[in-house]
Write a protein that binds this ligand. Structure first.
Ligand code: G4P
Length: 524
């Protein structure tokens, strides 16, 4: 058994949002509380800058720098907090989906003026699918925004989350007075431009006449709204939050550091400690004695002279130890790591032991791919690292016949990193690269040239979607394979996918072959 104390005092989570809602600002404020950074702006400078949206080289460079911020660990009130960073750029959405498999909970940041935005919808959908407990932070209350009830309605409808506010805003924009914390039953007054938060003023009863001395004309409205809140929203229940059925909502302003400490305090009190994970053979509990873990992210070193990479491993059970032999299950071989990295306070340092919920960075020269499992000898593979059907496709063609080996190796390794997906036409043998964002095509071309000394060019292909397909009906399966011969490819694992060139052809296939099941994520 692992030291239970080490497990229960850990919180591993991600902050997700649509770009610009305030994820970076909130992360930074949280780190300030943990003393992990001394000055505001430290995380910000690592953020992929907005101006760089069309300059992918700049993005990659910044991604390189941001290795240190991929995982931000810090101690706060005897709790070890691991924040897993997720790239805001939508072309890297798949990175974010995978990172979400390594967390136990999430904080969703929403801009009070913009409400629920598309990227938030996508990310929350992934969390919902995984039943990840979510808290919502409605940000930028210092600006004019939507009405609080309207925002909660929008969250319920667009994000399909059942919400219960644990704090409530008093006014907004220029008239923003502060928030009443329903969970701790105290009032926090907002002073524009003031960064520090004083302890709230306790009001066990919202009817307390003294409230008026602080809120004046706003008192009546707050009382009425609190009455409504009580009538409309379910009472907070930790169990329901932990099972992903209900999401507590907080209001504040990350920029002004307002409402952040309360969010953090409630978070460490109620958020889940590291949870176990389902493997292909059994459920693995965090307090088991033997170490297990899985790779959820691979980060390439941006220095072309060192083609090494960092594989990020989430510890699921047991204790990960330095210089110890572990089984790389897929390759069926033992590996030992002399310099595993822990991420504390934005700095990397060599770690001797890591506990469930922790993330360790392992130096990799090409052994790992996303989803790989490490154990002390048990043969099992963790589930839940799906690939999604890509959205953009191109044929990839060798542009330097003398270096076809390098090209094959380069493509292979980049696909293992999860940069894109490769499909090989069953009949034509042609290679198709599928991505979720246009940037990746340029990234791949550049990296092949600079890291593998290989050249490729792209040719257009008309493709709407790839769908993995299976069936128990052998006849239908064979007929489908025969008739669609030119539209079937193999993914990197050798599984068959249907290359649908239009929504219509996909629909036709589904109608004509009712016994075939088509899947748009690789895990089914
Ligand atoms: P992101 O990581 O989700 O993309 O968002 P980020 O934190 O970078 O915030 C996006 C913009 O919103 C930033 O302004 C940031 O200062 C601002 N912001 C964050 N929280 C608040 C808040 O509580 N109130 C207000 N009024 N603004 C907030 P920017 O001008 O784009 O960047 P910067 O030049 O200020 O760094």
């Amino acid at each position: 058994m692992v030291n239970k104390k080490e497990i229960t005092r850990r919180r591993t989570f991600a902050i997700v949002s649509h770009p610009d809602a305030g994820k970076t600002t909130l992360t930074e404020k949280l780190l300030l509380y943990g003393g992990a950074i001394q000055v505001a702006g430290a995380v910000k400078s690592n953020k992929i800058k907005k101006t760089a949206t069309s300059d992918w080289m700049e993005i990659e460079r910044q991604r390189g720098i941001s290795v240190a911020t991929s995982v931000m660990g810090f101690e706060y009130n005897n709790t070890k907090i691991n924040i897993l960073d997720t790239p805001g750029h939508q072309d890297f959405a798949e990175d974010t989906f995978r990172t979400l498999t390594a967390v136990d909970s999430a904080i969703v940041v929403i801009d009070a003026a913009k409400g629920v935005e598309p990227q938030t919808e996508k990310l929350v959908k992934v969390c919902r699918m995984r039943k990840t407990p979510m808290m919502v932070f409605i940000n930028k209350l210092d600006r004019e925004g939507k009405d609080a009830f309207e925002l909660l309605d929008e969250i319920e409808q667009k994000l399909q989350l059942k919400v219960t506010p644990l704090s409530w805003p008093i006014g907004m924009g220029k008239g923003f007075k502060g928030v009443y914390n329903i969970y701790y039953k105290n009032l926090h007054l907002f002073t524009p431009g003031k960064q520090t938060v004083e302890a709230g003023i306790r009001f066990n009863n919202i009817e307390d006449p003294e409230l008026e001395t602080y809120l004046g004309a706003n008192t009546g409205a707050l009382r009425e709204e609190m009455e409504l809140v009580k009538g409309v929203y379910p009472q907070f229940s930790k169990e329901k939050y932990l099972s992903g059925e209900i999401s507590p909502v907080f209001f504040g302003s990350a920029l002004n550091n307002f409402g952040v400490k309360e969010l953090l305090d409630v978070f460490i009190e109620i958020a889940p400690s590291p949870q176990g994970r389902q493997s292909n053979v059994r459920f693995v509990n965090p307090d088991e004695g033997n170490f297990t873990g899985f790779v959820f992210k691979i980060h390439a070193n941006m220095d072309p002279n060192h083609r090494d990479r960092i594989a990020f491993v989430r510890v699921v059970s047991g204790v990960f130890k330095r210089n110890t032999n572990y089984l790389h299950v897929r390759q069926n071989r033992k590996l030992k790591f002399a310099s595993p990295t822990a991420f504390m306070a934005q700095k990397k340092s060599i770690v001797d032991a890591a506990y469930p919920g922790d993330i360790v960075g392992l130096h990799d020269t090409g052994n790992f791919k996303i989803g790989d499992t490490l154990t002390e000898g048990e043969i099992l593979q963790f589930k839940g690292i799906p690939s999604f059907s890509p959205e953009l496709f191109r044929y990839v063609v060798n542009a330097d016949p003398l270096r076809s080996k390098q090209l094959a190796k380069g493509i292979d390794q980049l696909m293992d990193e999860g940069v894109a997906q490769l499909f090989t036409g069953k009949q034509s043998g042609r290679k198709i690269i599928g991505t979720v964002g246009a940037l990746q095509f340029e990234v791949i071309q550049y990296r092949l040239e600079h890291e593998y000394n290989a050249k490729c060019r792209y040719e257009p292909i008309t493709l709407f979607k790839t769908a993995w397909f299976v069936s128990d009906n052998k006849e239908q399966l064979e007929d489908f394979r025969a008739r669609k011969r030119s539209q079937i490819a193999l993914d990197k694992e050798g599984r068959e996918v249907f290359l649908a060139d239009s929504p219509f052809s996909l629909q036709m296939a589904q109608e004509k072959y009712p016994d075939l099941r088509f899947y748009f994520t690789s895990e089914f």
